[in-house]
Design a protein around this ligand. Structure first.
Ligand code: COA
Length: 537
C-alpha cells in the first residue's frame, strides 16, 4: 500500500498557533470531563457511602477487567442542562471488558439526585441499548435510582422514546439472544423495577437494594399497609420468596463478583472474521493533528494529513485520486482492522458524490467497515451544478450511506453542515458510533449564511407588501442575533449535551477511539451484500 507523505512544517508559526488553539480546546474538554466525574455534593457523597454503597466509578473499576479500556458514551450528556449538575445525565455508560468479553454497561449515579432519571437520562439509556443491539453486546445494568425525576415526568414517561422503551428494548434484546445482567444496588421503584424484572440474571444486594412497584409511602397511602423497604422489596423477599431476583450479595463488591461470574459463563462472542493484520503505529505522531487542524473551520487543510496520523503505518490505498478530489476515499488498516475511509477535502461536487457512492458500494460488497472523517460544508450550489444534477448525485451517496450494512463509524473532525452531514453519515444514518472533536460544529448551515437567508426572506416579504425595507441597523441586529444563536447551538458541547453524538474525542485519540469502536462493532455479523435501492441516473 502507498505510504502517505506528510507535507506539514511542524516548525511553522501557523502550526504553532493552531497547536496552541487546539490544546486550549482539549484542556477545556478535559476540565469538563473531570467536572462531570467528580463534581458531587458532599452531602450526597456522605449519604451514599454511609449506606455502604460504592461510588459509581468505583463500581465500574471493580467490574471491569484490569487494564480494560472503557469507551465511555455520553460522558457530557446533559452538559449545562437542568441545574447544570446532572452530569452525564445521571448515568455512566459505555463499553468495557468483563471476563474477556466486551459488554455494555449502564450504571446509575445515585449521587446525582438519587440516581433519578431525567429526560436526557432516558435518551442516554436508549442510546446505550441501541449500541448494544446493533453491536450485539451483553448488557450489564447497575441500578441505583429513585426512578423518574418527578418534576419532569411528562418528558420521561408517556412518549414512544421515553421510559417504556427501555423495557420494550429489553424484551427485544432477550429475544435476540443478547444477555442482560442487572445488579440491584439501590432502589428500583415503579418503572425501574422492570429493569431487573426484564433481565436474564438479577443480583440483589442485601439491605441497600430493593425492588417494588410502589414504595412504602405509596403502599401506606394506597392500602394502609405499613411495611419497610427491606420487607417489601429487599433481597430476602425477592431471592427467597418472590423469585424476582436470582442471586443475593452481601454488598456491592460481592454483587460485582457475582456479575463477573455470570458473564464468564455466557457463550463466547463470535467476532466477525475480517482479514485483520498485526497493528502498526502511524509513521507520524497523532498529536501533530493539533498543529495541522486550523483554528478556523473555514481554513482548508489536506485531510490526508489526518489520515496519515490515524491509520496503520500511514499506509493508504487511495481510490480514484484524480477524480472527485473534494472527497478522499481509500482503504487502510486501523489497529489491524481493514477499513474504507471517506474524508472531506472541500464541498461535495457531483463527481465527488459519485465517487463516494461507488466506494461505498465496493466496501459494502467486500464487507469492509466504513469510517467517515467528516468535515463538510455541504454540497456545491448554483445553477451550473443544479443542471449537472447535484441533487441527484447527492441522493445516490445519501442512499448508499443509508442502506450500507457494513459497520459505519463517523468522526466529526470539523464542520457538519447541511446535506453534507447526511452524505457523510450523520446521526440519522445510523453509524454504529458517532464521535466529535471539541472544535467541531454542527448545524443546517453556518451562522453567516443563515443570517443572510433570513434577512433576504424578510426584505422580500417587506418589498412584496410595499413596506419600507429594513434599515442597515435592523439588518445588523438580525444578523448578530442569528450568528450568536447559531454559534451557541452549533458548537460541539451543545451537540454532546443533547447526545447528537456519542462523545467528544481528543483529536490525538482518534485512532484509539476508532479502533475500540471497530472492535465493538465486530461482535455483530456483517450481513451478505444485497445491493442498494434504485439510484436516480
Ligand atoms: N424525583 C425527583 N427528585 C427525587 C426523586 C424523584 N423521584 N427521588 C429523590 N429525589 C431527590 C431528592 O429530593 C433529593 O434532592 P436534594 O439532594 O436536592 O435534596 C435527592 O434526590 C436525593 O434524595 P434523598 O431522599 O435525600 O436520598 P436517599 O439516598 O436517602 O434516597 C431515594 C434516594 C431515591 C432512595 C429516595 O429519594 C426515594 O425513595 N425517592 C423516591 C422514589 C420513588 O418513589 N420514585 C417513584 C418514581 S417512578
Amino acid at each position: 500500500m502507498d505510504i502517505l507523505e506528510s507535507r506539514v512544517d511542524t516548525n511553522s508559526d501557523q502550526f504553532k498557533r493552531n497547536a496552541e488553539a487546539m490544546e486550549k480546546k482539549v484542556a477545556q474538554m478535559r476540565d469538563e470531563l473531570r467536572k462531570a466525574q467528580d463534581d458531587r455534593s458532599p452531602k450526597a457523597y456522605e449519604r451514599h457511602v454511609s449506606q455502604g454503597k460504592l461510588p459509581v466509578r468505583e463500581r465500574l473499576s471493580q467490574l471491569l477487567d484490569r487494564d480494560s479500556p472503557f469507551l465511555e458514551i455520553g460522558a457530557l450528556a446533559a452538559w449545562k442542562m437542568y441545574d447544570e449538575r446532572v452530569h452525564g445525565a445521571g448515568v455512566v455508560g459505555g463499553i468495557g471488558i468483563v471476563e474477556g468479553r466486551e459488554v455494555m454497561i449502564n450504571a446509575n449515579d445515585a449521587m446525582i439526585k438519587g440516581g433519578t432519571i431525567y429526560p436526557m437520562g432516558v435518551k442516554k439509556s436508549l442510546r446505550l441499548q441501541e449500541i448494544a443491539m446493533q453491536n450485539r453486546l451483553p448488557c450489564i445494568n447497575l441500578i441505583d435510582s429513585g426512578g423518574a425525576y418527578l418534576p419532569l415526568q411528562s418528558e420521561v414517561f408517556p412518549d414512544a422514546q421515553h421510559g417504556g422503551r427501555v423495557f420494550y428494548n429489553q424484551a427485544w434484546m432477550s429475544k435476540m439472544g443478547i444477555p442482560q445482567v442487572t445488579a440491584v444496588m439501590g432502589l428500583c421503584t415503579a418503572g425501574g423495577a422492570y429493569i431487573p424484572a426484564m433481565s436474564d440474571y438479577v443480583v440483589h444486594v442485601k439491605k441497600t437494594g430493593a425492588v417494588f412497584l410502589g414504595g412504602p409511602p405509596l403502599v401506606r397511602a394506597a392500602t394502609g399497609e405499613v411495611v419497610t423497604a427491606e420487607e417489601l422489596g429487599g433481597a430476602e423477599t425477592h431471592c427467597a420468596i418472590s423469585g424476582v431476583s436470582d442471586f443475593m450479595a452481601e454488598n456491592d463488591t460481592e454483587a460485582i463478583r457475582l456479575i463477573r461470574q455470570i458473564v464468564s459463563r455466557l457463550p463466547a462472542s463470535k467476532k466477525f472474521p475480517l482479514p485483520t493484520k498485526p497493528p502498526k503505529a502511524p509513521l507520524y505522531d497523532p498529536k501533530e493533528l493539533y498543529g495541522i487542524v486550523p483554528d478556523r473551520l473555514s481554513v482548508p487543510y489536506d485531510c490526508r494529513e489526518l489520515i496519515a496520523r490515524v491509520v496503520d503505518g500511514s499506509e493508504f490505498l487511495e481510490f480514484k485520486p484524480m477524480y472527485g478530489s473534494t472527497l478522499v476515499c481509500g482503504w487502510a488498516y486501523i489497529h489491524g482492522y481493514p477499513v474504507g475511509i471517506l474524508a472531506n477535502n472541500g464541498v461535495l461536487f457531483p463527481d465527488s458524490a459519485r465517487k463516494g457512492t461507488q466506494f461505498i458500494q465496493l466496501c459494502s460488497r467486500d464487507k469492509v467497515p466504513l469510517v467517515f472523517l467528516q468535515n463538510i460544508n455541504g454540497f456545491i450550489i448554483g445553477s451550473k451544478y443544479e443542471k449537472e444534477g447535484i441533487t441527484k448525485e447527492g441522493h445516490k451517496m445519501v442512499a448508499a450511506v443509508s442502506v450500507a450494512e457494513v459497520p459505519k463509524i463517523t468522526m466529526v473532525v470539523g464542520g457538519s453542515f447541511g446535506a453534507g452531514n447526511y452524505a457523510m453519515c450523520g446521526r440519522a444514518y445510523s453509524p454504529r458510533f458517532l464521535w466529535m472533536w471539541p472544535n467541531a460544529q454542527i448545524s443546517v448551515m453556518g451562522g453567516e449564511q443563515a443570517a443572510d437567508v433570513l434577512i433576504s426572506v424578510k426584505q422580500d416579504q417587506l418589498a412584496r407588501s410595499g413596506e419600507e425595507l429594513m434599515t442597515p441597523e435592523q439588518v445588523e441586529m438580525i444578523r448578530q442575533a442569528t450568528i450568536e444563536t447559531s454559534e451557541e447551538e452549533s458548537n460541539a458541547y451543545f451537540s454532546t449535551s443533547r447526545m447528537w453524538d456519542d462523545g467528544l474525542v481528543d483529536p490525538a485519540r482518534t485512532r484509539e477511539v476508532l479502533a475500540l469502536s471497530l472492535a465493538a462493532a465486530l461482535n455483530a455479523d456483517i450481513p451478505d451484500y444485497t445491493g442498494f435501492g434504485v439510484f436516480r441516473m
